[in-house]
Design a protein around this ligand. Sequence first.
Ligand code: PMP
Length: 363
Amino acid sequence: MSEVSRVYNFSAGPATIPTEVLAQAQAELLDWHGCGMSVMEISHRGAGYTEVAQRIEADLRELLSVPDHYRVLFMQGGASSQFSMVPLNLLGQKQQADYCDTGIWSAKAIREAGRYTRVNVCASSKSAHYKSVPRMSDWQLSSDSAYVHITPNETIGGLEFYDLPETGDIPIVADMSSTILSRPIDVSRYGVIYAGAQKNIGPAGLTLIIVREDLLDQALDICPSMYSYRKTADQHSMLNTPPTFAWYLSGLVFQWIKRQGGLTHFAEVNAHKAKKLYQAIDQSDFYHNDIEQAFRSWMNIPFTLKRSELDNLFLEQAAEAGLTNLQGHRLTGGMRASIYNAMPEAGVDELISFMLDFAEREA
Ligand code: PMP
């Protein structure tokens, strides 16, 4: 096989996948486990695939220490579909839900929930220009809400928070699309956790939902069958044909995470990678990140250049150096480095070294 050249891909998602995982998938592609077919071509209901599906769930449960009274669902439609599935499945008899507004993704969740229920914005980062998160003690939680929705990591803004509000019996629902599997979490503090796969899990097309069992029966009558957490749980996420290849590949990623040392390992590495990059930004007067220190994302690090007219040159030269997809989101401009689990520390080191050289040349 000829030598393949891989770049360091800083995309926010679909994001870089461990090379080792891609190589394994490649080696297994034409003849999966001696069956003379690829895993994409076998029945999702056959014994071979059932084993794959069971292993994926078991590995995920182990990685996140998911308690027994939680169900793990694999659905489709991305995290955006959860913006409707959450209210459709959880409102029950309640007329209201609490939402914390920390940026572009929570705003989208709020807008969609508003189609089904009254939304109480219980906390908002708006007055802080989405650069910090209101103190938990200042959140205006309502006692009548079906749930409290949070976005612990805003992928576009680079704003992350780890603490949780005290909500008593009201379940917390978290959109963990861009932070899941980056460090250990206490699943028992949440009612529902959901995440699109295309960052720390695997390829796009798969959506992970972890839901506390007692919340499975709160769906509105209008909830479509394919959107129902209860029906999905009862059919082991096979209400219809699942995206089998995306499941399989995500399973390879879970095994890779386990081989590396699990989430405590990644917590350490991810904190270290992020710290290095923020330090490089802070120590230069050429680059800037204005998120309040305590709320800086470990996964998505936006930054601006002192002179925005240099943005294109920066991106061009970075790409020539094998550092790709550093442009910020189209809504915000600037730059953004997404450094999920599969971005090795060497990639962050190369980025920092490129940034320092660029600053010296162009300052
Ligand atoms: N929530 C967050 C925090 C995200 O980062 C994204 C995608 N970047 C979404 C929701 C939407 O995900 P999807 O494209 O899977 O619908």
